[in-house]
Ligand binder design. Structure first.
Ligand code: CO8
Length: 259
C-alpha cells in the first residue's frame, strides 16, 4: 500500500514510522488511522525487532485527532471513529515487538493517546503533552481515560483530563508519563539506542515478556504469578534459551535465531 500520511523506514532490525501531515501538525484523520492499521497488519514481526513511532517535522509528534474532520460528526459517527482509533491503538499496544514513541513536539489529545499506546516513551525537551478534549466538548476517545490513569495514577490523570492542561517535557518526566527527556537533535539517536538494545536480546523472550506484562496487568496477583511461571517455563522450549545460556557459560556473544 502506498501511504499518503506515513513515512516508513528500516534500519537493520528496527522499523521507523513517522506520522506526516504537516499542514495540521500531524493530526490524526481517518485516512491516517486506516494507514496505521494497514502498517501494523503488514508489520514483519519475524524480521523486525522494534518499532519507533515519531511525528514528521520538529514541531509536533501528533497534535490530536483532526478537529476539522471531527467537527461535523453525529453520535454514531463519533462512536465509530472513537472505536476505530481505539482498536488500532490497541493493535499497536499488543504488537508482538516493543514500540518506542519518540515524541518530538506536541503530543495532544489523540497524539498523547498514541504515545501512551506505545511501550516506551521518550521525548525531546520541546515536547508538550496534554488531553485538551474537554475544552472541545468531548472526552479523550482513543483510550486516554484508560491509559493515562494507568500510567500516572488516577489523581494526576483526572487533573490533566479535567483541566485540559498542557504540560512540558520536564513535568511529563516527573509524573512518569515519559521515561527520558533529551535534546531534540538527540531524540532519534536515543530511540535507536534503546531499540538496538532491545534488538540484541533473544527475540522470542522479548515478545514473551511484552505479552506477559500486558496480559498480567489485568489479572489478580495470584493469577498473574501463575501466568508468568507458565510463560517462563515455555521459554525452555526455545533454541534461543539454549543459545543464550550456552553463550554466557562459554563467555561469548549469543547468536539468537528467534527460534
Ligand atoms: N486538528 C486539525 N487541525 C489542527 C490540529 C488538530 N488537532 N492541530 C493543529 N491543527 C492545524 C491548525 O488548525 C493550523 O492550521 P492552519 O494553518 O490551516 O490554520 C495548523 O495545524 C498549525 O496550527 P496552529 O497555527 O494552531 O499552531 P500553533 O503553534 O499556534 O499551535 C497547537 C499549536 C497548540 C498544537 C494548536 O494547533 C492546537 O491547540 N491544536 C489542537 C490541539 C488539540 O486540541 N488536540 C486535541 C484534539 S481532540 C482529540 O485528539 C480527540 C482524540 C480522540 C478522538 C475520538 C473521536 C471520537
Amino acid at each position: 500500500m502506498e501511504y499518503r500520511f506515513l513515512k516508513t523506514e528500516e534500519r537493520g532490525p528496527v522499523a521507523l514510522l513517522s506520522i506526516s501531515a504537516p499542514k495540521t501538525l500531524n493530526a490524526l484523520n481517518s485516512q491516517i488511522v486506516s494507514e496505521l492499521d494497514h502498517y501494523l497488519d503488514a508489520f514483519d514481526t519475524q524480521r523486525l525487532r522494534c518499532l519507533i513511532v515519531t511525528g514528521d517535522g520538529e514541531k509536533a509528534f501528533v497534535a490530536g485527532a483532526d478537529i476539522s474532520e471531527m467537527a461535523g460528526l453525529d453520535v454514531p459517527q463519533g462512536r465509530a471513529f472513537g472505536a476505530r482509533g481505539a482498536a488500532v491503538f490497541r493493535k499497536l499496544e499488543t504488537l508482538p515487538v516493543p514500540v518506542i514513541a519518540a515524541v518530538n513536539g506536541f503530543a495532544l489529545g489523540g497524539g498523547c493517546e498514541l504515545a501512551m499506546a506505545c511501550d516506551i516513551r521518550i521525548c525531546s525537551d520541546n515536547a508538550k503533552f496534554g488531553q485538551p478534549e474537554v475544552g472541545l466538548g468531548i472526552i479523550p476517545g482513543f483510550s486516554g481515560t484508560v491509559r493515562l490513569a494507568r500510567l500516572v495514577g488516577m489523581g494526576m490523570a483526572k487533573q490533566l483530563i479535567f483541566t485540559g492542561k498542557v504540560i512540558r517535557a520536564d513535568e511529563a518526566l516527573r509524573i512518569g508519563l515519559v521515561n527520558a527527556v533529551v535534546a531534540q537533535e538527540e531524540l532519534m539517536d536515543k530511540a535507536l539506542e534503546i531499540a538496538n538494545q532491545i534488538a540484541a536480546q533473544a527475540p522470542l523472550a522479548v515478545k514473551a515478556a511484552k505479552s506477559c506484562i500486558n496480559a498480567e496487568y489485568d489479572m489478580d496477583a495470584d493469577e498473574a504469578i501463575r501466568y508468568e511461571s507458565g510463560v517462563f517455563g515455555d521459554c525452555f522450549a526455545t533454541e534461543d534459551q539454549k543459545e543464550g545460556m550456552a553463550a554466557f557459560l562459554e563467555k561469548r556473544p549469543a547468536a539468537f535465531k528467534a527460534k
